[in-house]
Design a binder for this molecule. Structure first.
Ligand code: UDP
Ligand code: MG
Length: 319
């Protein structure tokens, strides 16, 4: 099979028929063998019914239905596992991404040898303050941290070599950082293609302001797990030694000060343990180290949990 199209969706019943038809048209024109995988991420509207009906007309259209809303990353992860195509395309269900981009993306993976090609919505049709400006900032930080030269990390329209989707794992809100995850998994040929972006035709956006906070926390998690996941001591060792050393030096210094004062009979007004500096230094260090350690341990535990990618699947269609 040439292409698998993975489409996560949450309450997008109006868009689905149009989207499916458009993709089919593009696939037929280019003689691609394909499958469309709709992952219904716990929709409460008629999306699943629509997917079943589409599947009756066209057996290339398959569906997976979650028992509840697990999030876009979970939907992508489950979709990735099910794909059979040599090239995997992801796109949003809301008709903001154009299926006309598929042949060119396919070519970039198949002929130009890219592992991953990310769409770049150079011209965006979203609200300026809620989306465009925050997303510029988000992309800038991610670019700096990951050293991947992409303009638009979070674009829903992406193409992958099937090796990539079978290797990487996305959960939480990590769909925003798939290029980063792929890079750290060793897929270095990451490309970009300017894609056409359209106004949302039906329904409303499913992501609010909290995506920024969650998004950044996920970036930090990815950074830590990939950098220090297998050698936490390199990180904690350095930080721990340093903070212990600083605390130790301050304490010694306070004691020596006191001894000098005693030796020369200089009157001193405070005990070592009576000085705010002493406590502030200790307190800040202990709290910092502890918070960090807790977060990191939590991340390690969740990474190792065999349950982390278990999603209850309510139904499947055309498999
Ligand atoms: N989506 C999903 N699960 C969620 C939220 C969103 O599968 O919990 C899907 C949604 O239906 C759409 C895609 O992810 O197909 C992108 O969402 P949206 O268009 O709302 O994001 P925006 O374009 O506003 O960033
Ligand atoms: Mg959208």
């Amino acid at each position: 099979m040439d292409i698998s199209v993975v489409i996560p969706l949450l309450n997008e019943e109006e868009s689905l028929p149009e989207l499916a038809q458009w993709i089919k048209k593009v696939m037929d024109q280019n003689n691609f063998s394909y499958e469309i995988l709709f992952i219904d991420d716990g929709s409460s509207d008629n999306s699943w019914k629509v997917i079943e009906d589409l599947g009756k007309e066209n057996s290339n259209i398959k569906g997976i239905r979650f028992q509840r809303n697990y999030g876009k990353s979970a939907a992508l992860n489950v979709g990735f596992e099910a794909t059979q195509g040599n090239v995997v395309i992801t796109m949003d269900a809301d008709l903001q991404d154009s299926p006309d981009e598929i042949p060119e993306l396919y070519k970039m993976i198949k002929e130009e040898g890219y592992d991953l090609v990310s769409g770049w919505k150079k011209v965006r049709y979203d609200s300026k303050w809620a989306k465009n400006i925050p997303s510029k900032f988000f992309n800038w930080t991610t670019r700096k941290i990951s050293k991947i030269k992409l303009h638009d990390f979070n674009c829903g329209l992406k193409a992958y070599h099937s090796d990539v989707v079978k290797t990487i794992e996305v959960y939480g809100e990590m769909h925003r950082y798939i290029p980063v995850i792929a890079k750290w998994a060793g897929f270095l040929r990451i490309g970009e293609k300017v894609v056409i972006h359209q106004k949302r035709k039906y329904g409303t956006t499913k992501f609010g302001w909290n995506r920024f906070i969650n998004g950044y926390l996920d970036l930090i998690s990815i950074m830590f797990v990939s950098k220090f996941g297998k050698k936490p001591m390199h990180f904690f060792g350095v930080g721990g030694t340093l903070s212990f050393f600083i605390g130790f030096v301050i304490t010694i210094w306070l004691i020596i000060q006191k001894l000098i004062n005693m030796a020369y009979n200089i009157p001193y007004y405070r005990q070592v343990t009576d000085q705010p500096l002493f406590y502030l230094a200790l307190l800040a260090m202990i709290i910092g180290v502890q918070l960090f350690l807790t977060g990191f341990l939590g991340e390690m535990i969740s990474r190792n949990s065999p349950e982390r990618n278990k999603y209850i699947i309510r139904a499947k269609n055309n498999f």
